[in-house]
Design a protein around this ligand. Structure first.
Ligand SMILES: *Cc1c(COP(=O)(O)O)cnc(C)c1O
Ligand SMILES: [Zn+2]
Length: 417
């Protein structure tokens, strides 16, 4: 049995080929992003959807599709395999008969970042690394810290000054050294880290600069297609910051189509806040690359407030164009309404995640999604990590009573009228 069918990296920029078992981040020649490749022809001969049935429900169910070579290096907290929840509320409001939520708010550290870090930390362990650094608006840092500790690494996390204090505290709780990071644009952060790679030889865990992290996001495609009876949804709606989630999911669907396990791929929809949506702007202008755009301090959707896409967001835009998808920008008011709607589904989502439902509502109003299409909104993170946003989006009840039957009866008269 082959544990992994990964074969090599290629560079997005110059197409050079690199071995997987060396600790490189970006192309040593041109600085381009590295992509992991697999022996899909052999996979097609040797694997079939049926054989996955009895395995763990975590994302490691699909280990053949990741670059980790030896199971012994796997660092797992049971991430992935989250439920695909049929809508009972928003679907009716929007007139959609097949709306689902992929609820990654249930992940070990409360966000979908656990998928990527379970893989990236396992892979780093396999490479023999013991130290790591990343920056974070909150969720990535928590995830990175938790998995690093379990691998026996010393994690250091630069926490964006915009991150809410609870998220920063959680990162420290998981045992990371933290520092507050100030910056004017994400371009500065990327430049800083690219230099750290070059000069210190420091292996990197930051989004696309880590070549394997987003391979784990492919599991969205495997999990959702399996749950739907080896059929892809028509539409996938992803909140995007740097776009690792949407890019990975798209790659996963493309692999399944190449293997012949699904016969159609979904339209990928990328969602950003109106205050800072470089990808949405580039999409609306039909561009292949996005420029720095917007002000990340002007939205409650902190986790997707990214003003400068890594290497122009080329990968993300390609996923959207190739899938015949689209991109939507949503205002904070729409995000807060979507948080309440998700509450009525039994889902507590952070603002960045609720943005997916807010965007779907806009898309339905614009006629971009049909009522009988199968739609999945990805819920990327738990609202419990951004409690102030919940207080802000839901009005507090002014009703009061003392504990007596008479008062209760009066109160219910008001509530039930
Ligand atoms: C990081 C994050 C995102 C954005 O993910 P990308 O892969 O950067 O596009 C969306 N939602 C939540 C909750 C996040 O933590
Ligand atoms: Zn290159």
């Amino acid at each position: 049995m082959t544990w992994s069918y990964a074969t090599h990296y290629t560079c997005d920029g110059c197409s050079k080929v690199y071995e997987l078992n060396v600790p490189i981040n970006t192309c040593p020649d041109c600085g381009g992003l590295l992509e992991t490749h697999y022996d899909l022809d052999t996979m097609k001969q040797e694997l079939s959807p049926r054989q996955f049935a009895g395995r763990t429900t975590s994302m490691w169910r699909w280990h053949e599709f990741y670059p980790l070579r030896d199971e012994a290096h796997m660092v797992s907290l049971g991430e992935g395999g989250t439920p695909l929840i049929p809508s009972v509320y928003a679907g009716k409001k929007l007139g959609l008969s097949r709306l689902y939520f992929k609820n990654d708010a249930l992940m070990p550290t409360g966000s979908f970042k656990d998928r990527g870090f379970s893989l990236a930390i396992s892979f780093a362990k396999e490479l023999g690394l013991t130290r790591g650094l990343t920056y974070s608006s909150g969720n990535a840092g928590a995830s990175f810290a938790a998995y690093s500790r379990r691998a026996g690494f010393e994690p250091t996390v630069l926490v964006e000054y915009l991150a809410n204090p609870l998220k920063k505290a959680i990162i420290s709780l998981y045992g990371a050294k933290t520092a507050t990071l100030y910056f004017d644009s994400m371009t500065e952060i990327t430049d800083m880290l690219e230099q750290a790679v070059k000069r210190l030889g420091l292996y990197q865990f930051v989004n696309f600069i880590n070549p394997v992290r987003h391979e784990a996001m492919k599991a969205y495609a495997y999990e959702i297609s399996e749950t739907l009876g080896w059929k892809a949804p028509d539409v996938m709606v992803h909140p995007i910051g740097t776009g690792g989630g949407i890019w990975g999911a798209w790659k996963g669907f493309c692999e399944l189509a190449q293997l012949g396990w699904i016969d159609a791929v979904p339209r990928m929809v990328g969602v950003q806040p109106e205050a800072t949506g470089p990808i949405v702007r580039a999409f609306n202008q039909g561009l292949k690359q996005a420029e720095r755009h917007g002000d990340a301090t002007k939205t409650i959707a902190q986790s997707i407030a990214a003003d400068a896409p890594i290497q122009g967001g080329e990968r993300v835009l390609r996923a959207i164009y190739d899938s015949r998808g689209f991109a939507e920008a949503v205002p904070d008011e729409a995000i807060m309404q979507a948080m309440q709607w998700l509450g009525c589904e039994g889902i507590c989502a952070e603002p960045a995640s609720a943005a997916s439902l807010a965007a779907l509502k806009q898309a339905v109003e614009r006629g971009l999604v049909r009522s009988d299409e199968t739609v999945v909104c990805v819920i990327t993170g738990s609202g419990l990590k951004q409690p102030y946003a919940i207080e802000k989006s839901v009005p507090d009840s002014p009703l009061q009573l003392h504990a007596s039957y008479e008062e209760l009866e009066k109160l219910l008269g008001k509530v039930w009228q």
